[in-house]
Design a protein around this ligand. Structure first.
Ligand code: PMV
Ligand code: MG
Length: 384
């Protein structure tokens, strides 16, 4: 029996802009996990099972006389895609494919199957890829796990940045620049999966960040789930209709994230807080210009309360519900924020940042004893 886990994540800043190739975001991995357990089956049929996904529904819309199912919010789509991609990779290592039972246990979905917005689809994809790599004894590094999981996730969701997959694979605080997904989709038609994974991916850049000691992260949950893929679809319409405004937003977001990353390099909490506030304003403006409800009234209250007590707050991720984040000085009275949140029916998620030991070496044979926390992955294609 093999068990692997992958953490959930939250976006700190850079949302929506990071959907465009090469644009950056800051994310953090959290100590709340999706676990994937694989057991060889003696039967002719395998089973894919999860207690948390019992109550899942299927969303669909009509296009003429066709019924089109939206698979993007169905966790089983990500599990099946992760299996398909990892088995394709395993076949290239000449592994014989087997029959197994696969069980998913998710702490990222509440008991009644509702999601917190902590990246459950990314984490379920990463956990499944990791477990299958071990099941088939495939020698993989973090970079390879990221690429396999990114391909699997992209083939279901199609419109995401994959920053959540990066946070789930690399752990800790990261800055993430999204890779060129059009390039990936094209190369996928011509290259075998191993060659594709071995190539550097254009624009991909992932850097581990070191947060200042006095940075305390608070997470507030609105209690209302939001669909990232549907919100991103709506912003795509805005992109087409108001190209100038959209490009201004992209550039402003990029500079803001660069200044924020500098704040991490300088261990300067005040600078990080300033850019969180700036990024919040950019996202509010994007919401107002596009008519997309990014900072909902509950998220607005969540932020206002945190600001009252000296925190820098904003929506996290696509907004529309899910979570808000706050950066506050460890020595400030952050209990006052939590108390006021509770009075306003905002639930604190008491989670911590989760670091993952470096598996650049062939960890499945030889787990490293010491794990460097900081590294940089920069990918560019060789120029011809
Ligand atoms: O709401 P979340 O945590 O799924 O974050 C979505 C962030 C976006 O930038 C809006 C989309 C993406 O894929 O990066
Ligand atoms: Mg969300």
């Amino acid at each position: 029996m093999i068990t692997e886990k992958a953490p959930g994540k939250l976006y700190i800043a850079g949302e929506y802009a990071v959907v465009e190739n090469g644009y950056p975001a800051v994310l953090v991995a959290l100590d709340q996990f999706v676990t994937c357990t694989i057991k060889e089956s003696a039967r002719e049929m395998g089973q894919i099972f999860s207690r948390q996904y019992h109550n899942n529904q299927l969303l669909w819309r009509r296009m003429g006389d066709q019924m089109v199912v939206d698979k993007r919010d169905n966790p089983f789509s990500y599990i099946l895609s992760a299996i398909r991609v990892t088995e394709e990779y395993a076949r290239q290592f000449e592994r014989e494919l087997r029959i197994y039972d696969l069980q998913i246990d998710s702490q990222l979905d509440s008991q009644n199957g509702r999601k917190y917005g902590l990246g459950s689809s990314a984490a379920v994809t990463v956990a499944t890829v990791k477990a299958l790599c071990r099941f088939y004894n495939l020698p993989v590094t973090k970079d390879e796990i990221f690429k396999l999981a990114a391909i699997a996730h992209f083939e279901v969701q199609g419109n995401g940045s994959l920053g959540d997959v990066a946070a789930s694979v690399y752990g800790g605080w990261i800055s993430y620049h999204s890779f060129d997904r059009q390039w990936l989709a094209q190369q996928r038609q011509y290259l075998d999966i191993k060659s594709l994974v071995d190539l550097p991916w254009p624009d991909l850049q992932i850097e581990s960040l070191h947060a200042p000691e006095n940075l305390q992260l608070l997470i507030g949950w609105t209690g209302k789930p939001a669909s990232t893929s549907q919100l991103v679809d709506k912003i795509s319409l805005f992109k087409a209709r108001r190209q100038d405004d959209y490009h201004r937003f992209l550039e402003e977001s990029k500079s803001c994230i660069q200044r924020m990353v500098d704040g991490f390099h300088q261990q300067d909490l005040e600078r990080i807080k300033r850019e969180i506030r700036y990024n919040r304003d950019l996202l509010k403006q994007l919401g107002a210009n596009s008519g997309v409800d990014i900072e909902t009234p509950v998220l607005n209250r969540l932020c206002q309360i945190a600001e009252q007590f000296g925190g820098a707050a904003k929506t996290s991720g696509a907004g529309g519900g899910d979570c808000g984040i706050v950066a506050i000085d460890q020595n400030a009275d952050f209990n006052a924020v939590l108390k006021s949140w509770a009075q306003n029916h905002i639930e604190q998620l008491p989670l911590n940042v989760h670091f993952i030991s470096d598996i650049k070496r062939r960890v499945y044979q030889n787990p490293p004893l010491h794990s460097p926390r900081h590294w940089r992955v920069q990918q560019h294609l060789p120029l011809h």
